[in-house]
Design a protein around this ligand. Structure first.
Ligand code: PMP
Length: 307
């Protein structure tokens, strides 16, 4: 079902959803000149709140800086646009999609003079990306025959539209072969990330996740999990992870704004542990959702009220 809402923020104002249109000759459509974010608003113990909103907007501006897209708004204005897109549509929970892109500037590559971006922020209903059951039952994943981008080809740390061509190839292959999601290896053949998720494995009560140099998007859910794990006195190591260590892990889970925290049941048909959600994965889920329920101590700035 296509996403929908009454109003959408487009170039500085809230307009009716169907009025937010671009021309088919938009540069971004032809050449991928766009950067975006995925953010979530939750119904929390403090009312409707957006999770890590400032951090997401800051990453949007970082992505824009990498690609030299000029966003003609301040971070504070985009923060407010996200709040308004949830509040003015009356959502109690929502997925929020800010996007900055190059509009109609003609053909060919752009120059610094033609790099002014258009910006939209949409809020809409999007339940769990990998399905409600995935949270407890886990998902079946495969390692893709497609690697993630090598450093110095396209920057993996920018959340740019074009990077999602890699994610599409990975997901298409995974789904065609009957898996729920695919995982990309990096240019060295070490584990990088899922099509839309960061990865964590647990071995002998230690949590491991690929370090930032493994061509990953430095996920904000990843950061959250690292913080929550440390608060629970669980050791987290960021280091290269081999493909086979996924098979030998006691537990394996994926994180992302859309997916939240999802256990992995099997990799390439090999069961992870006994195939059930492990205790550390469950503890991480409980700590994560506890932020919104008010049962997990957290940094106040992580929750921006939508008032
Ligand atoms: N990697 C990729 C490729 C992603 O698209 C996402 C989702 N934004 C993530 C990791 C997880 O990032 P975050 O936790 O900030 O949503």
């Amino acid at each position: 079902i296509p996403p929908s809402a009454d109003l959408i923020w487009f170039n500085g104002e809230l307009v009716p959803w169907h009025q937010a249109q671009v021309h088919v000759m938009s540069h971004a459509l032809h050449y991928g000149s766009s950067v975006f974010e995925g953010v979530r608003a939750y119904k929390t113990h403090k009312g409707v709140c957006i999770f890590k909103l400032k951090e997401h907007v800051s990453r949007l501006f970082d992505s824009a800086k990498i690609y030299q897209l000029e966003i003609p708004y301040t971070q504070a204005q985009i923060v407010q646009a996200c709040i308004d897109s949830v509040a003015k549509n009356g959502f109690e929970s929502a997925y929020i999609r800010p996007l900055a892109f190059i509009g109609e500037i003609g053909m060919g590559m752009r120059t610094p003079e033609t790099s002014k971006a258009e910006v939209m922020v949409a809020a809409f209903k999007w339940e769990k990306y990998l399905g409600e059951d995935a949270k407890s039952q886990g998902v079946d994943v495969c390692v893709s025959s497609w690697n993630r981008v090598a450093p110095n080809t396209l920057p993996a740390s920018a959340k740019a539209g074009g990077n999602y061509l890699s994610s599409q190839l990975i997901t298409l292959e995974a789904k065609r072969n009957g898996y729920d999601e695919g995982i990309g290896l990096d240019v060295n053949g070490m584990v990088s990330e899922g099509a839309l998720q960061n990865l964590f494995i647990v071995k002998n009560n230690v949590i491991y996740t690929p370090q930032t140099s493994s061509s990953i998007l430095v996920g904000l859910t990843r950061d959250t999990v690292i913080t929550l794990a440390k608060n629970l006195d669980c050791e987290v190591k960021e280091q290269p992870i081999s493909r086979e260590s996924l098979y030998l892990a006691d537990e394996f889970f994926m994180t992302g704004t859309a997916s939240e925290i999802v256990p992995v049941r099997s990799v390439d048909g090999v069961l992870v542990g006994d195939g059930n959600r492990g205790p550390i994965t469950a503890a991480m889920q409980q700590a994560f959702f506890g932020i919104f329920e008010g049962t997990t101590p957290h940094i106040d700035e992580w929750l921006t009220p939508v008032a």
